[in-house]
Design a protein around this ligand. Structure first.
Ligand code: FES
Length: 186
């Protein structure tokens, strides 16, 4: 007996299987091997490998990078997207060199996260979800980053900036613009 499947909740976007697969240098492959060696099950290394692919593919998981991860970890493309879209540290679209991720959850909200976002918007002329035309800055609002005791705070790459005030935000942005601050990607 056959049955027909009619999806009730189709994906909001077309799910495409990438044609191209990313290629990495022997050094990068070796770095991934070191992470894979830490886990008895390959797919457990999904996050460290994602960070590497993101770093190497210009700051986000492009379709060839996703295809590479699925192949290397022996999982489906869907499994990669499921993880990639859950974590705010993983970008599924291009972002600026400096990705300012302002925590918007309770402690930060109470302590002035809205002010921090507004200050970033005022300085950079972009709203959350946008990137400056020169590709230098992206701004996002994200859920709790686990640094509630030093609220309000934001993350740039892997680096945390805490107890933020208008003056501190100004200082951080000035340093980014002057090339004096790392973008926190490593
Ligand atoms: S609420 Fe902002 S770090 Fe937890």
């Amino acid at each position: 007996m056959s049955s027909q499947f009619t999806p009730n909740n189709p994906l909001p976007q077309e799910a495409k299987v990438p044609q191209e697969i990313a290629v990495f240098s022997p050094e990068v492959e070796a770095e991934m091997d070191r992470h894979l060696a830490k886990y008895p099950v390959k797919r457990s290394a999904i996050l460290p490998l994602m960070f590497i692919v993101q770093r190497e593919r210009g700051g986000y998981l492009d379709p060839p990078g996703v295809a590479y991860l699925a192949d290397r970890l022996g999982v489906r493309i869907t499994d990669i997207w499921e993880v990639a879209t859950f974590y705010s540290m993983i970008n599924t679209e291009p972002v600026g060199k400096y990705h300012l991720q302002v925590c918007k959850t309770l402690s930060c909200k109470i302590m002035g996260a809205g002010r921090v976002t507004a200050k970033c918007t005022e300085r950079l002329g972009i709203k959350p979800g946008q990137t400056t035309e020169d590709g230098m800055f992206s701004l996002s609002e994200v859920e709790c980053l686990g640094s509630c005791g030093t609220a309000p705070m934001m993350q740039i790459g892997f680096d945390y900036y805490e107890n933020l005030t208008d003056e501190k935000v100004d200082e951080i942005i000035n340093k980014c613009q002057g090339g004096e601050l790392s973008n926190g990607v490593r």
